[in-house]
Design a protein around this ligand. Sequence first.
Ligand code: ZN
Length: 259
Amino acid sequence: MAYEKFYQPLRAVNAADFHTCYYCGCVTSGEDFVPPLAEIAAYKRADSGADFIRVPACGECARVLKNCSSGQLALRVDFIKRYLNQHYAQALRVYQMWESDELAEMDAAFRISLAAGMRLGEEAQQRLDYPGFRYEVDGHKSGQVAVVAKVYAVHERTFADYKSALNYAHEESRIPKGRLAELYLQQGESFDKAIHAFQQNAAKKAFERELKDKCKVFAATHVQHPKFIERTVRQYLQQDDSLSIAAALEKLRQERFAD
Ligand SMILES: [Zn+2]
């Protein structure tokens, strides 16, 4: 195609990275055009500062990136990582949640499909974590790889991969892994905040249960409506947060029901 002459090839600096997809680390089978060939007229017209490079890519990355109109390499890296995360979400979850030694206890059919899911998930995780390689374009070498390796923190410790961090957070907190993974995302990708949120929530639920139970017993003893007792105890606790539920009930007893 005539337009291809506008694109400089992006080449790996180190021989070990030859024939490797820049985006995910798989074996190359084609090229990704940055910006895409379909957008070249618009980019040329706009004089947009697009990269105009040809990037070694595997079949899947090259195909998926046809849907990405961005003219910058870094934005295309973001695009493909988002895609991998979504497209392999189920396999990634299986890989992150399960350990190989747990498979032994499963029945054969389930074990086989789970093992396949774990393998696919592990590969997807490696592709997601792939940081790119050092390259040169037109004789100019890139300073460093585009993606900075991510670190996962749990309490005082850090982990190089999500799965190890999830396992450690699970062992430390005893929160079910599935719930922990959900909270991790809800809490801005922080294990510490996820654990804190879970414990806050658990503490709140325990408090509500205790309040209801104790007020019910108190209401029955003094022949009162439980809702009235509950409301009054909440008021006492609001006025003085050093009170326990039992102390608030005792105060109520003395003020309203003492002989
Ligand atoms: Zn790829």
